[in-house]
Every structure is written in C-alpha cells, then in structure tokens.
Design a protein around this ligand. Sequence first.
Ligand SMILES: O=C(O)CCC(=O)C(=O)O
Ligand SMILES: [Fe+2]
Length: 308
Amino acid sequence: MDIPLIDIAALSSDDTPARATVAAAIGHACRDTGFFAITGHGIGPGLIEDAFDAAREVFALPSARKQALAIARHGHNRGYVALGVESLDEKAAPDLKEAFNLVWTDERSRPPNVWPPIEGWQGRMQAYFDAVLAVGRRLHEGFAMDLGLAPDFFADKLDAPQATLRLLHYPAEFGAGAPQGRAGAGTHTDYGNVTLLATDGVGGLQVQRRGGGWIDVPPLPGAFVCNIGDCLMRWSNDVYVSTPHRVLPPARERYSIAFFLDPNPDALVSAIPSCVPAGEAPRHAPVTAGEYLRQRFAATYGKAAGAG
Ligand SMILES: O=C(O)CCC(=O)C(=O)O
Ligand SMILES: [Fe+2]
C-alpha cells in the first residue's frame, strides 16, 4: 500500500523494543511518501463523530452569522473562512471550500478562540482538540526515536504549540460541475510539523506520487491520515518529505477535520544532527518556527484575511 497503516498503540507503552518498531515504521513512511495512516491512537469513534456533528452545525449557520466569526474580523488565524477566500495553491483560483479554525491558546500569551453561539459546541470541539493534540505529541516521540534523538526531544518545543484545528466543508454543488481549474483544495504541502486528518468517508484527497500521478487516499474509518509538513522536513534536513496533496471537487458534500501541529513560536528549527551527512553543511539556515510559519501564511492568505 502506498500509504501504510500503522498501529501506534505501542507508542503509549513502556515496551522499548515495541516503541522502536513503531518509530521505525513511522520513520520509513516519513522518508518515503511522507504520508501514513494511524490506528491504535486511542481516540474513540464517539469523539470523532461529535466533532463532525459540530462541524456540520457551524457550517449550517446562516452566512451572516458565519461572517461575524470571520478570520478577517478576528485575526490570529481563528474563526471562519468563507468559500472563495483561500487558495492553497497560490497560483490557482480560490478553493471550493469553507473552513473554521480553532487554535491552541493559553488565553494569556495568545488571544482566545472565536466560538460559534451553538449550545455545547465549545466543549465538544475542545475535547477533540485536546485528544488529537496528545496523539500529535505522541507521534513526535516516534519521530524523535527514529531520528536518533531522546524520545522527549520535541516535548518542550510543543508545549505552547502553533496548533490549529481546521474544520473543512466542501459543498456538494461543485462536484461534477466544478468551474474549470477549481479544486476542493489546490495542490499544496502543509507548513508545519505534522497534520492529522479525519475524513467523513467521502473520497477526494489525493497525494502526489514521486514518480508522477496521484494516489487516492481511501476512506479509513476510525484512522487518522497523517502527513509531514515543511517545517519538520526542514528540521530533518529534508530527510523526511512533505508531499504535495490536493482535494478534488467532491462529487458529494464532504467534511474533513485537519489538525496541524506546528512547534512553539520560539522553537529553533535547526537541522537534526543525525540527518546531516558527515562533512556536509545543513541544507537550510536555522529559523524560529514562528518566523517560518509567518512567511508561509502570508503567502496563502495575503494580508486581507488577517491570518497569523
Ligand atoms: O480535506 C482534506 O482532506 C485535506 C485538506 C488539506 O490538505 C489541508 O487543509 O491542508
Ligand atoms: Fe494539506
């Protein structure tokens, strides 16, 4: 299979050889397509279903209510992004999707989230956010072990992360009749360290094959599709690959929930020693994760959307 299915349950155990086996499987996928799917993550189907229900409720709000929650109004990458605002492929026409973003915040160093006025919504989404963040941190223990680092290498670089939970809605009316050249989400790589994606079982996500062509990501109920982003690729001196992917205009209405786990703003992204061959210089200059992501967001949203 092009996108391996990895049971990560042993990562939560204290069985060192079993942890190393999972880490090696993750590492292999990160060097190959940069995409893998995980089971054994410990997030029950009920929590995932609740998150999708909450996503359907927010996108079903009247347009004016959604606009009141817009990122363009609130800034800091929180809130609603309407259809036609964003192009993940910076050179292409806007994506045929709407989105709602929630960010990691301690409500002191960063502003609070924007919450829609829906009964019980905040509790459901925060529970999902916390659960998926824990899994994302656990995956980093696997990356660290695979890269010859202490398992907790990333822990203090992810304790105030630039993490974003992004509810996505691709409306049905664009399926077969999508305007020429318009995608659900244009071809792009993700910016941060790792993305954990839950889908509702409607296809459309495709991953670029290195030799050319596209791999259809099959519906994987209960699993998360994970992929490496540009920041971790840079950290690994390009040993891990951040692979371009896209979402076709779906034939049916489609919902997905992406969780982007990106490091603390002040974390220094500097080539991991085991990834730099002896006698060679690192491929990229060190940069803070905050500065790196600022540059990437500016390119996608432009100033008008007030992202970042
Ligand atoms: O909706 C999806 O399946 C993927 C979305 C995606 O790749 C992204 O938002 O970065
Ligand atoms: Fe993506």
